[in-house]
Design a protein around this ligand. Structure first.
Ligand code: FAD
Length: 282
């Protein structure tokens, strides 16, 4: 196969415009597995993105609170300061991804590109209402992460489009990520959840992974919890947390597969929701 190694986003976009069937390669931790297993056969060109500096940087505007993360930023960068301080839930999720080697190579853009329901970065992006800037030779568009993730390993990316940046707001309030797997490390999630509190807006958001065809936002549970929080004391009466867990479970839509059963996933994700809420509101 032929591999192109552009060093600017403009060049990457131009190459992809000229070869719309080309395969994008970021860290390669999903793509190379697919190629090695024979599940994907690049029939034209591979465009390696790891030297595109525009994709590998991030910035924070303290005035607006907006954090813009290049699609090529790795988990290792996300799990360390200063990014970890700005987006703690993304750091917590990143720490659970694979091994140090995978975290050094794997990127947030690649997690979105694969769009597995078990992708650890994705519930965090959902709970934080992230938006995604997508570029192509025809221009650019910025969409909600939910409009990008449309099914099991399916995105709404059109041929010729590259995920350039993920845009989110820092939040005042606790945020965290939790995941259940068949062991404690190097594990793909059987169920996962990210909960984020916005104390300024007196709002709670929670998104679930691995319990549906793609990430699920629990809007009923979010509204219910925000109404029972004592915002002046930042607390929730303990018995109410169980009801929150039940609402989270009810929002899930899991299947039984080689990793777990639907029943276990539905139960586990409710417990994760309950635990995260307990950590958020002591
Ligand atoms: C041993 C192992 C353990 C793993 N453990 C975990 C885990 O615990 N949690 C988890 O979530 N994942 C895990 N993964 C999966 C993988 O590491 C992640 O999904 C990672 O984020 C993929 O990023 P990447 O940069 O390697 O993407 P790549 O493999 O390079 O690309 C993945 C897909 O995204 C597309 N793509 C990449 N960049 C862009 C872009 N900028 N615009 C558009 N499309 C793009 C590619 O074309 C490809 O289809 C694991 C993988 C391995 C091999």
């Amino acid at each position: 196969m032929t591999v192109a190694v552009p060093t600017s986003l403009d060049d990457a976009v131009r190459l992809l415009g000229e070869h719309p069937d080309a395969m994008l390669l970021a860290g390669g931790t999903d793509a190379m597995v697919q190629i090695n297993d024979g599940r994907h056969r690049p029939n034209d060109l591979v465009i390696a993105l790891n030297r595109v500096s525009d994709l590998r940087s991030w910035r924070h505007d303290p005035t607006t609170g907006i954090v813009t993360i290049g699609a090529g930023v790795t988990y290792t960068e996300l799990m360390n300061d200063p990014l970890a301080h700005l987006v703690p839930a993304l750091a917590e999720a990143s720490r659970t991804v694979g091994s140090p080697q995978i975290r050094n190579a794997g990127t947030l853009g690649g997690n979105l590109g694969t769009c597995s329901p078990a992708g650890d970065g994705l519930p965090v992006l959902s709970a934080l209402d992230a938006r995604v800037r997508i570029v192509s030779s025809g221009g650019e568009r910025t969409i909600s992460v939910h409009d990008l993730m449309i099914g099991v390993k399916r995105t709404s990316l059109e041929p010729g489009e590259i995920i350039a940046e993920i845009i989110l707001h820092t939040r005042a309030g606790w945020q965290g990520y939790a995941k259940v797997g068949v062991r404690n490390a190097m594990v793909i999630a059987v169920a996962s959840a990210c909960l984020a509190v916005d104390t300024d807006a007196q709002r709670v958001t929670i998104a679930l992974g691995s319990v549906g065809p793609t990430v699920i936002r629990c809007t009923d549970a979010e509204g219910w919890l925000a109404n029972v929080v004592d915002w002046s004391a930042n607390s929730v009466a303990a018995p109410l947390l169980a009801e929150f867990g039940r609402l989270v479970s009810a929002a899930s839509s899991p299947i039984t597969d080689h990793r777990s059963t639907a029943e276990y996933r539905r139960h586990a994700v409710g417990i994760l929701g309950q635990r995260l809420a307990r950590r958020a509101f002591t």
